[in-house]
Design a protein around this ligand. Structure first.
Ligand code: MG
Length: 384
């Protein structure tokens, strides 16, 4: 059966890699819709090639309208359009590659409508993992993780009794400041932070990788996708980004998943699960890699990782505040308003002040708003 797909975030790194994967898998998927933030030029190019039924753009609808309407493509706009795409009856599978907080609502709507969702947007499960997974159980929607670590873990653990798993290890590259001192880190620029050693990604997730918050989010996300408590999820620094995950069993044995770092692999793994099919990912030559090194993460220099565990411990709406405060702080850093080490400071303060409540949908949205407002106030006080 051909799966009918909506690709949200089509012009970002997940989106463009997903289109490469879909191109190499003809007759399996029909691309029904594409959605982008502001890159009208690339969205139009993609639509001219793929000829979807509809496209949606947050900003720049005029240009898109002029180019795509004559091709018979329907043009939608903004959040309302995004909402329509996520519950479109013509679609079976939503691929969510949206950046940051924008990704939450379409996932919630799609899961409630019983659609399968492939989720690359970590923020969704960080903020509302409990709700999304509970609703998916109710509606029969399948949640598929897209992440170089979580996808192979999720696939490997399908048939595994969780009692047999002692713990899993999520490797982190350590980012560009792996060997910086605290003093050096205080003064790093936006451009230094955006220079990730392995992956080419959007600015938000690249900063999250530099602070290790991205790995903290992965820990939170992994507990929902893998049905494991965070006490069984550890992080290890692995500079080469060749080992993507490790499973340690109670008998002392360990299994690792290795590959050339290329997002096309987890994307395809999720999309054709449980099959394995050829990809264009460069085969891994271990003799060329030579050495694999591992280190304990330094949570003094990278407090964001610990803040993620703290948010899980606080429970309820605390992870929503973690995400909200982080997002505001990261964009403030990208705007040169605060320093790199102010990012964890702002988040820690917001988390400490937050009184976590039970995570109903309303409470999650309230906590999200509160976290953003409080982070903004804290950033203003740092500036003055
Ligand atoms: Mg990852």
């Amino acid at each position: 059966m051909i799966k009918r797909v909506a690709l949200l975030g089509s012009t970002g790194s997940i989106g463009t890699n997903t289109l490469r994967v879909l191109n190499s898998l003809p007759n399996r998927f029909e691309l029904v819709s594409l959605c982008a933030g502001s890159n009208a030029e690339l969205l139009c190019e993609q639509a001219e090639y793929w000829r979807p039924k509809r496209v949606c753009i947050a900003q720049g609808a005029k240009e898109v309208q002029a180019r795509l309407a004559p091709l018979g493509i329907e043009i939608l706009e903004g959040n309302a359009g995004l909402q329509d795409l996520s519950v479109d009856p013509d679609v079976d599978l939503i691929i969510n590659g949206l950046a940051a907080g924008v990704g939450l609502r379409p996932t919630l709507s799609a899961v409630r409508a019983g659609k399968d969702v492939a989720i690359a947007n970590k923020e969704t499960l960080v903020v509302a993992g409990h709700l999304v997974t509970a609703w998916a159980k109710q509606t029969g929607a399948t949640l598929l993780p897209i992440d170089s670590e979580t996808t192979p873990l999720w696939q490997s653990l399908q048939e595994t009794n969780r009692e047999e798993v002692k713990r899993i290890l999520l490797p982190a590259s350590g980012g560009p400041f792996f060997d910086y001192t605290q003093e050096q880190m205080a003064g790093v620029s936006r451009d230094q932070a955006l220079n990730h050693p392995t992956w080419q990604m959007g600015p938000k997730i690249t900063i999250d990788s530099a602070t290790l918050m991205n790995k903290g989010f992965e820990v939170i996300e992994a507990q929902w996708f893998l049905d494991l408590p965070v006490s069984k999820i550890d992080v290890i620094i692995h500079r080469q980004s060749i080992v993507h995950c490790l499973i340690e069993y109670v008998d002392g044995g360990m299994m690792a998943h290795l590959s050339t770092p290329d997002m096309q692999l987890p994307i395809q793994q999720a999309l054709v699960h449980p099959e394995k099919l050829p990809t264009q990912v460069e085969p891994l030559d271990l003799t060329k890699v030579g050495t694999l090194s591992f280190f304990q993460p330094d949570t003094e220099r990278f407090p964001c990782l610990q803040l993620a565990y703290q948010a899980v411990e606080q429970g309820g709406t605390a992870p929503a505040v973690l995400n909200a405060a982080n997002e505001v702080a990261v964009y403030a850093f990208l705007d040169d308003r605060i320093g790199f080490l102010d990012i964890p400071r702002v988040i820690a303060q917001a988390l400490d002040e937050h009184e976590a409540s039970e995570d109903t949908l309303e409470a999650v949205f309230d906590a999200d708003r509160w976290g953003r407002d409080r982070a903004n106030e804290l950033i203003c006080s740092l500036e003055s």
